[in-house]
Design a binder for this molecule. Structure first.
Ligand SMILES: Cc1ncc(COP(=O)(O)O)c(C=O)c1O
Length: 674
């Protein structure tokens, strides 16, 4: 079994040309890399892989002078360069490194090699939890050759292991997790002049005789934290994300998604545990149905396709998938235990935080889902008022009292329960005959401040408990939810979704005298510590990084991009009675679909989802923007809209066209439910 370390190097870096031969403490960067590799356990041979461009002759000369093997291959098709190099040197296992990482740690390299060997994984890496600049990837020749044969996208050929990373369904992948808190924030890579400045400062403080370890460098930076400011603010893998946004799109197929749906339907009714994640809502055959993993703003399906994700797991993912800070908090808590026999201090800490942030919050109770806490809120209101009727504004979860107003969805709910829940439609029309029988009005405070104010006044006047269901608006419109944004304080409010960046946690909060009602509300998992730790880490990061401001900015940029598209494409997409309408506020823009003479709203939604998916954007009924959506993602989303609106425009202009173009249909009427 031969393990070949292949370090890629080129002189023609766009941001910092010639960097690999620049000196650090008098030693060229290439020499730093080779020295670390020579010390790393488990490597049989080292090769520098450069391009055939004349500019890279300098690298070849350096290798000759320093007795290091050198391989030359394609400049742009780096995957091909690696493959041919691995063939030439007869590798069984390939270690990939890049020569912009002068401070590679031999021990970390050895651990990645060992972890891959012990797990027999196809692919192993230490990213993204270790410092940027300690990157090591290790994979089998077999995985490399599959990538070489099948990868067609520009970014796959340029980034060597992207195709393997995307196709997680076909490869076993392992990650060496960094034990040092916050290590992922360190940037020791050499990509810009500023990085070089930092590297020089670090190198000047290092012992010269041997390659540094990760902890050597951390000690230097902890002693002089100001050094970190030199290259502060750079975006990790920025070039890669820019490349993704700009690359031409390859056609996508959903063969494996379709096969899994067939399989899943045999054991579970919708083939998915969540209604809105099922084939009822995504058009089978025209859209992905099963996902393997996520990363930042992207998710990956079982067919190896990737998408900029605007669904964000039906909104919980507010920071991005695998957010390093939240994941780290969860791992640290995991090392202490998940669920316990008694309460923990984490419950108090999070409850205090919510009371500090949310205007109506004087007391807090946690749940696992939105349904838990909206149901608790309604019960509290009934207990407090001694009344039984509830006015329901929208979708508030799957409990009987909520679904009771959902027409044909309300099967299985007794008439006696239905008699107590009523649709809230009076505020623009008639006031209910007997307001004194109403315990609560529950609404989603999405927009329309004036209407919410009217509701507030009506409830106060009649002793009705006003509940804001902030499951979607919470931690998106403002840290304190829509109530903070609009300056209207409900009696009770429900939060969930974005609160834990994907971990299941929710909260009902509100006035103490209502919250203190002695209702029975209890759950085995209501205080599970992983979710509490995730929520605390999510909220802390949202405050520190001003995430809500980011959501507004990114949401607005997408909205403006769509409006430009609408300006370019005229009737019938762009009509006053648009067939696709956008409502709500930028951090959570809502999309609705409407009938047209040449297509039903279901057909329009299906073609919309189909074309957006083909353009690499996963979207459903709203824009769940996250902190991980940055400029490259906005570009991709706006481009996708541009294309999709054009297709819809064509479909609506020609009778029968939409049926020809549709490859799959959603099965459910567009309703809003989880
Ligand atoms: C506004 C609103 N309330 C409540 C819920 C129910 O939340 P969960 O699905 O976590 O029970 C949802 C779910 O989508 C929702 O959008």
């Amino acid at each position: 079994m031969k393990t070949l370390a292949v370090a890629q190097a080129r002189m023609g870096s766009t941001r910092f040309p010639g960097k690999v031969l620049k000196p650090l403490s008098g030693i060229p960067i290439l020499a730093w890399v080779v020295r670390a590799l020579r010390m790393a356990p488990g490597i049989d041979q080292i090769v520098i892989a450069t391009s055939t461009l004349e500019a890279d002759d300098a690298i070849v000369r350096w290798c000759k002078e320093n007795h290091v093997a050198c391989f030359r291959g394609s400049e742009s098709d780096v995957l091909d360069r690696f493959y041919r190099c691995a063939v030439e040197y007869d590798a069984d296992v390939v270690l990939r490194l890049t020569c912009d990482c002068p401070f590679l740690d031999p021990s970390v390299i050895g651990q990645v090699i060992q972890l891959r060997a012990m797990t027999r994984a196809d692919y192993c890496t230490n990213q993204p939890t270790w410092p940027d600049g300690l990157d090591v990837e290790c994979f089998t020749f077999n995985a490399l050759s599959m990538a070489w044969k099948e990868a067609v996208r520009e970014t796959d050929r340029d980034c060597v292991t992207q195709w393997i990373f995307r196709n997680a369904d076909r490869f076993q992948a392992e990650h060496l997790i960094c034990p040092f808190p916050g290590a992922h924030k360190e940037r020791w890579v050499l990509d810009t002049e500023k990085d070089y400045e930092l590297c020089k400062e670090i190198a000047a403080r290092l012992e010269r005789s041997s390659p540094p370890s990760c902890t050597d460098i951390m000690r230097i930076l902890d002693k002089e934290p100001k050094l970190r400011e030199i290259n502060h603010g750079a975006i990790r893998n920025e070039r890669f994300y820019e490349g993704l946004a700009g690359e031409p799109l390859a056609p996508r197929s959903f063969t494996r998604s379709n096969a899994l749906l067939h399989h899943a339907k045999k054991v579970t009714p919708y083939g998915s545990q969540t209604f809105s994640k099922s084939y009822l809502h995504f058009p089978a055959g025209a859209s992905p149905l099963f996902v393997t993993h996520g990363d930042g703003a992207r998710i990956f399906d079982v067919d190896g396709n990737d998408y900029v994700d605007l669904v964000s797991a039906l909104l919980p993912v507010v920071l991005g998938y695998r957010d390093p800070d939240v994941d780290e908090a969860v791992r640290r808590q995991l090392s202490r235990g998940m669920s316990f026999s008694l309460a923990t201090e984490l419950e108090i800490e999070l409850a205090e935080k919510l009371c500090e942030l949310i205007p109506c919050a004087e007391s807090v109770r946690f749940g696992k889902s939105g349904t838990d806490v909206t149901t608790a809120a309604v019960r509290l209101a009934r207990a407090y008022t001694g009344r039984v009727h509830v006015l329901v504004g929208g979708y508030h979860g799957w409990a009987d009292w909520s679904v009771a107003t959902m027409g044909d969805k309300s099967i299985g709910i007794p008439e006696s329960v239905k008699g107590l829940s009523h649709k809230l439609d009076f505020i623009d029309g008639d006031i209910p005959e007997n307001p004194k029988a109403i315990a609560a009005i529950i609404v989603e405070p999405m927009d329309d401040r004036e209407r919410l104010q009217k509701l507030r006044e009506f409830c106060s006047q009649h002793g009705i408990i006003l509940i804001f269901d902030e499951i979607k608006t919470g931690f998106r419109y403002a840290m304190g939810g829509a109530q903070e944004l609009f300056g209207i304080t409900p009696d009770l409010a429900c939060f969930g979704k974005a609160m834990g960046n994907g971990m299941p946690i929710s909260a009902v909060v509100g006035r103490k005298e209502i919250m203190n009602q002695d209702i029975f509300y209890s759950g085995t998992f209501f205080g599970d510590t992983l979710s509490l730790a995730a929520a605390l880490a999510t909220i802390k990061k949202m405050e520190k990084e001003m995430v809500v401001a980011h959501l507004w900015t990114i949401g607005r940029e997408i909205q403006e991009g769509i409006l430009d598209t609408y300006d370019r494409i005229s009737h019938p997409v762009d009509v006053e009675g648009h067939v696709i309408k956008f409502q709500g506020l930028p951090p959570l823009l809502q999309i609705s679909f409407h009938d047209h003479v040449n297509a039903t709203k279901e057909q329009i939604k299906s073609i919309f989802l189909q074309e957006m998916a083909q353009q690499g954007v996963l979207v459903l009924s709203e824009h769940g923007v996250s902190f991980a959506h940055k400029e490259p993602e906005v570009q991709r989303i706006v481009k996708a809209y541009d294309h999709t609106m054009g297709v819809i425009h064509d479909c609506l202009n020609h009778q029968g066209e939409i049926t020809k173009r549709l490859k799959g249909m959603i099965q459910a009427k567009p309703v809003r439910a989880a």
